[in-house]
Design a protein around this ligand. Structure first.
Ligand code: LLP
Length: 424
């Protein structure tokens, strides 16, 4: 098994997540269905806590990776903070019992209404990404008679060496303020009565497999923090963002401790609180997408397995050409004991686009009706799903030991057009 989903056992007769077989999940909730492991979520969070033991540190889960309330609930109970990028995500965190005092608000385009909402909730800090946002946030805070806690997201101009769509630390990206402009902007922020300067932030990209660029960014940030101190601007925390990658296929992925070690070395002897914003590394390998083979189609040049999940359920393959392991999890029962011949399959969904695939050229032994697990789908899976082709969004289930909890029921067709109207 190349995929490294925690708490998944693909060997043996009946593949399971924790103590529950995937056949039972499909029988009870149908497919397509996202399946998560509470134990895997917990151990991923614990790896951060262990690596940061003895440090004053806050781990803020990046809600965008998977915003299901039950997932937020698991992390809130473990004491996590949250990194949000919208008023909607803030509302989710609050509904899940998250502590607003541990909420970071990131993003390049916060609206005034979102700023108000976050100020009223009493969040930990705004990660401000432009000079214009600084002025607007100051004005909104003054209208409310409050001070907004702020960090500047500084763009350290390092190459994160990841997919260009998810690299954010280069000068050319839309994120953050330029490193060279940061000092002047901090001075401006310190002057504005509606703002309380609290920290500094950087996030250079996602699915990072090498800590070196993040450590280089951290070193640049620390240099800036010292320049700020010399200027009379003292910071309470340093936020080094998220970005640690996971194993999808056979990538050499550092453990959380290995990834953080060079960053912590840069931060040694510093008084500031450390903040991180991991998303993928907390949830990615704690979830899979369960789908059923509708039919097999043997074409002249290719064999297709048409499954009931599609690019609307999991957009990553279509969007980034991302590779997710696909495993037949039917167990031996499906073939009546005689395995179907193994072939190279295109695993495709029912959507009317050639880009609607979940995997290319997968060597699998398949029969119609088989259950497949698309692995490592806990991050940016359900969160990026859509209703394209008027397809109801999948159900979501959380496994906890030998129990399965429905954490989002499948949408119904009528819900999909409930907000629409006919002309008068
Ligand atoms: N902080 C900020 C400011 C971010 O923009 C992100 C992710 C994170 C933290 C969390 O990063 P992570 O630890 O998950 O790498 N949809 C893409 C990934 C987009 C990442 C967006 N920002 C994908 O499916 O690969």
């Amino acid at each position: 098994m190349t995929a490294r989903m925690t708490a998944f056992s693909g060997e043996g007769e009946l593949p399971r997540v924790e103590g529950v077989t995937l056949a039972d999940v499909a029988a009870r909730f149908g497919t397509p269905c996202y399946v998560y492991s509470r134990a895997a979520l917990t151990s991923a969070y614990q790896a951060y806590r262990d690596a940061l033991a003895g440090r004053d540190a806050l781990v803020c889960y990046a809600v965008k990776a998977n915003s299901n309330l039950a997932i937020l609930d698991v992390f809130a109970r473990l004491g996590a903070g949250f990194d949000i990028v919208s008023g909607g995500e803030l509302a989710r965190v609050l509904a899940a019992g998250g502590d607003p005092g541990k909420v970071l608000f990131s993003g390049v385009g916060k609206s005034r209404a979102e700023m108000r909402q976050a100020l009223e909730a009493g969040i930990f800090c705004f990660n401000v990404e432009s000079a214009a946002e600084l002025e607007t946030l100051n004005a909104v805070a003054l209208e409310l008679g409050r001070q907004a806690p702020v960090s500047l997201r500084v763009n350290p101009d390092v190459d994160a060496r990841t997919h260009p769509y998810i690299a954010t630390g280069l000068k050319s990206s839309k994120f953050g303020v330029p490193f060279e402009a940061a000092l002047a902007l901090y001075r401006r922020a310190a002057e504005l009565p509606g703002l309380a300067v609290r920290g500094i932030d950087c996030h250079i990209g996602s699915q990072l497999l090498d800590p070196a660029p993040a450590a280089a960014a951290a070193a640049k940030i620390v240099g800036l923090v010292d320049a700020l101190t010399a200027d009379g601007i003292d910071l309470h925390h340093i936020d080094l963002g998220g970005g640690l990658g996971i194993r999808y296929r056979d990538e050499a992925v550092p453990t959380v401790a290995e990834y953080l070690a060079p960053l912590l070395a840069v931060m040694r002897d510093r008084k500031e609180q450390l903040v991180f914003e991991p998303g993928r590394s907390l949830v990615g390998n704690a979830g899979l997408l369960l789908t059923r083979v509708e039919l097999l189609k043997h074409g002249e040049s290719k064999n297709f397995a048409v499954v009931d999940a599609a690019m609307n359920d999991l957009a990553r393959p279509a969007l980034y050409d991302a590779w997710h392991a696909i495993v037949n999890v039917s167990g031996k029962v499906s073939h009546g004991g005689t395995p179907a011949p193994s072939r190279s399959y295109e695993i495709v969904g029912p959507i009317c686009e050639s880009g609607d695939f979940l995997g290319h050229a997968r060597e699998l032994s398949l029969a119609p009706g088989d259950l497949l697990a698309v692995m490592s789908a806990g991050a940016y899976g359900m969160a990026m799903s859509s209703n394209y082709n008027t397809r109801p969004r999948a159900a979501e289930v959380m496994i906890d030991g030998d129990r399965m909890h429905p954490i989002r029921r499948r949408e119904t067709i009528t819900e999909l057009f409930a907000n629409e109207s006919l002309l008068p």
